[in-house]
Design a protein. Structure first.
Length: 151
């Protein structure tokens, strides 16, 4: 039985195309996985910072000042919480306070963000900047028992 000459090399071409697609999907998975890890690290930081800040709130301006400082405590010092698998400090931290009906601040929102570097997603039009901004937000309130996360 003789093989047709037009079939020769077909397997090689299909293998190369499938290999390129699989490598692209693997790269996409690596970048998206890295973004999820960074988002998880930022979420843990914002949760801890919001709870720490909420504990300082007492309805006065001095309490707000202490809470603002407490929110950024976890980003500095020898045991600072970091992102990118614990290698980079968290520097972009926004703290805001919500006044209750009595006029005192008893809730705090902490937003932490970081630029996640992209490696494989650079091939896509959205990845041309070389990074994606990852943000995590937490809101905590002071209660009679202590502080609790509310968002």
């Amino acid at each position: 039985m003789a093989r047709c000459r037009s079939d020769q090399g077909f397997v090689l071409i299909v293998t190369c195309i499938i290999l390129a697609i699989l490598l692209g999907l693997a790269g996409l998975g690596i970048d998206i996985g890295r973004i999820y890890v960074i988002q998880s690290e930022l979420q843990a930081f914002s949760d801890a910072a919001a709870l720490n800040a909420a504990l300082q709130l007492d309805g006065t301006e001095r309490g707000i000042s202490r809470a603002r400082q407490a929110a950024s405590e976890f980003a500095a010092g020898p045991h600072a919480m970091k992102w990118d698998l614990g290698s980079k400090p968290i520097t972009e931290i926004t703290t805001s306070f919500i006044n209750d009906a009595a006029g005192g601040s008893h809730s705090v929102r902490v937003i932490a963000s970081a630029p996640a570097p992209l490696i494989f997603l650079l091939a896509l039009p959205a990845g041309k900047s070389g990074f994606s901004t990852v943000t995590a937000s937490s809101m905590a309130a002071k209660t009679a028992e202590g502080a609790r996360l509310i968002q």
